[in-house]
Design a protein around this ligand. Structure first.
Ligand SMILES: [Zn+2]
Length: 685
């Protein structure tokens, strides 16, 4: 019944858009009007492009876009539109510059997401985009090829009262009737997958970096108390990355925008990061799940990915490995050395296991998994720095970014810049860290032991029970203590486990709570104090474990924790409601109310991690018809994790005769064409 939802979903997109060698698209002006009722986009786009050698056709990617008018230099022109691509037919002359204009409408099946426009809740409406992996060409005739970089100026017409955020600098806001035209301006070119906009109800917090770049942190008006913990260290991270990377931030400004039901943790659109509202936390939640890593990771991409872009998927290390490495460096700056080395320790364990199991992957293989691109990628940079030394590493990095600014690059291009700064031969490095699918564990551990005392102690020292207790209550990094608990868990009784960790720090106590099965009577009072620990995960664990171990005190535990929401996924509240419902002696007059609240959390107006948590508990105690309707809705959700969960749960329920009947009954009242999965499932039965 206890769930942990702390997995980071970063993005890992791969692109093989076809490259047009004979054409260079330079500038673009985009004007769009999102139509929320129809979930459609109406727009015009103009492109200035130069022909490098004579051709008789030029194309743009345009997926399911209805083209109302296409003209070149003011004259209507012949075109083909096959639903994927717009091909312009004309004898284009060498060295000539052309002006293309397109008027279009589209109902994007993906890439643009409209939320909260169908319900009766005020101020929860949002529209946002996700370009990478989903293709901007679903809402704008543009380029799936990452090598086509264009200076895009986007203007958006939206109803007044909404904040409209897009790449670049806001130049003007023009009101007309009940709408406002927001005009944004970019000054440098970028790949189409980095275009983005977000529309919703937001306030913003403003910072100026040391170098004078303006940083706008957006938040919902109701979240003003969460602004500080959510965006904690933003300015330090920004200033640190600029000085560590050695190249000034390449764009006009920086914005960070949380949205509901985002597909990933965050996305580094140029100057305009969009991230999941699941990271909008209060000070207590900050301990359990915070935005710091995603904040630094997406910011690092503004150089690694946005300024210099990979040529294709073979060079994905240049994006994800680099962003992951610099994010860890930024976290080292704010959380200290132990954080950095123990983070690398953890990922080394995972990569080693994967490698030992014969599932290791090379960084140069475009089909590798996220673990390889992100974590092995970060490791490869740490080792490269170790081998060539600080100066060569930093100078090489700087010349790489300078030489390939606003262009595309390969791994070889990067290594050549490093090689120009060092006498160290990198042949073996390339072989064992980039081209091999094995993880060089020995070199990794040697590196960690060299720089971190507690890792050295952990690897080298034998330890008995007494020594363990001394370390756990002593002044050592919590990562070290947690690793020790994990190592000795099977040799310790519950009581010994609790005794050795109860006086330790918050996160070590939390680890102990996770590991302990039944709480012995002798430790009852100790564990009860953890109901008030400043961590929502600890509170959730303590409530559940105490409730399970001491049935006579269930009411007391429920009274103490009533009213705690927990993390953005409402981890404590959902558990509390479930326990309150099944504890017959606890406020029986309110049981219905608790049940209805739990069902309410499955409603589409809540973010999908809240809904998923509520479904998990309801699956144990029974789903009402309203919950079944919400489950059917979830089987078509745009987040694949949630959709997959909902479909699996539906399949399980359909195995049971009674649920099968009820699902069929509620389904009849819905617009059946909207729910293809459940439709096909019911036909099978
Ligand atoms: Zn990334």
């Amino acid at each position: 019944m206890i769930r942990f939802f702390l997995v980071f979903f970063f993005l890992c997109g791969r692109f093989y858009g076809q490259h047009q060698q004979h054409v260079n698209f330079v500038e673009s002006k985009v004007v769009i009007e999102p139509l929320p009722k129809e979930k459609a986009i109406k727009g015009t786009v103009s492109y200035t492009f130069k022909i490098l050698s004579a051709v008789d056709s030029v194309f743009l990617d345009a997926q399911n876009i209805h083209l109302n008018e296409v003209s070149i230099d003011g004259e209507k022109t012949a075109f083909e539109n096959n639903g994927k691509r717009l091909v312009l037919k004309k004898r284009f002359k060498k060295n000539k510059t052309y002006q293309l204009k397109i008027a279009y409408t589209t109902k994007p099946k993906q890439t643009v997401y409209f939320l909260g426009w169908d319900d009766n809740i005020r101020h929860n409406e949002q529209i946002w985009t996700q370009g990478q992996g989903k293709y901007t060409s679903h809402w704008l005739p543009s380029f799936d090829d990452m090598q086509e970089k264009v200076e895009f100026d986007v203007s958006i017409l939206a109803e007044k009262n909404y904040e409209v955020i897009a790449n670049g600098q806001l130049r003007s806001q023009k009101d007309s009737l009940n709408k406002t035209l927001w005009q944004y301006d970019m000054q440098k070119p970028m790949s189409s997958y980095l275009l983005a906009f977000a529309i919703g109800n937001y306030n913003k917090q403003k910072f100026i970096s040391k170098s004078g770049v303006s940083i706008d942190n957006y938040y919902y008006p109701s979240d003003s108390l969460k602004v500080e913990p959510t965006y904690r260290y933003t300015q330090e991270i920004f200033d640190f990355l600029e000085s560590e990377i050695g190249v000034t931030y390449p764009w006009q400004n920086y914005k960070q925008v949380p949205v509901r039901d985002f597909i990933y943790a965050g996305m580094e659109n140029t100057g305009c990061t969009i991230f999941s509202e699941g990271y909008v936390v209060d000070s207590t939640g900050f301990v359990d799940k915070n935005y710091v890593n995603v904040n630094a990771h997406e910011l690092a991409h503004q150089w690694f990915g946005n300024l210099v872009t990979e040529k294709d998927g073979h060079h994905h290390w240049l994006h994800e490995g680099f962003a992951t490495y610099y994010a860890y460096m930024a976290e080292k700056k704010v959380f200290g050395n132990d954080f950095f080395y123990w983070k690398l320790w953890d990922t080394a364990q995972e990569l080693h296991r994967m490698s030992e199991a014969g599932r290791g992957e090379a960084l140069t293989d475009p089909k590798s998994s996220s673990l390889t691109f992100y974590e092995k990628g970060a490791w490869a940079l740490a080792i490269l720095r170790e081998r060539v030394g600080e100066d060569a590493f930093q100078n090489g990095m700087k010349s790489y970014l300078t030489k390939y600014s606003f262009q595309n690059a390969t791994i070889e291009d990067f290594l050549n810049e490093i090689k120009a700064e060092t006498n160290t031969d990198l042949t073996e490095f390339e072989q064992s860290w980039l081209n091999s699918d094995k993880f060089p564990e020995e070199e990794a551990i040697t590196y960690l032991k060299k720089y971190n005392e507690s890792i050295r102690a952990f690897v080298d020292n034998e330890m008995n029970g007494n020594q363990l207790k001394n370390v756990l209550s002593g002044n050592h990094p919590h990562q070290y203590k947690i690793a020790l608990l994990e190592k000795f868990k099977s040799t310790l009784s519950s009581e010994a486990l609790i005794n050795s960790a109860i006086e330790s720090d918050l996160l070590t106590r939390q680890k102990m709570l996770q590991l302990v099965e039944d709480i012995p009577m002798e430790s009852k009072e100790d564990i009860e104090t953890l109901l008030g620990d400043k961590s929502y995960i600890s509170q959730e664990l303590a409530l559940y474990k105490l409730w399970s171990s001491f049935s006579n005190d269930r009411e007391k535990y429920l009274e103490v924790t009533e009213g705690v929401e927990g993390l953005p996924n409402k981890n404590v509240r959902l558990l509390w409601l479930t326990l309150a419902i099944v504890t017959e002696s606890f406020k029986p007059e309110s049981t219905n109310e608790y049940y209805n609240e739990l069902v309410d959390y499955t409603d589409p107006s809540f973010s999908w991690d809240v809904r998923m948590g509520a479904f998990q508990y309801l699956a144990e105690i029974g789903l009402s018809d309203d919950a079944l309707v919400n489950l059917i809705d979830a089987t078509e959700h745009h987040s694949w994790q949630f959709k997959k969960y909902a479909r699996n749960l539906t399949d399980e329920l359909l195995q049971q005769k009674e649920y099968q009947k009820r699902i069929a009954t509620v389904f009849k009242k819905l617009n059946q064409n909207d729910f293809r999965y459940i439709n096909s499932k019911l036909k099978e039965e």
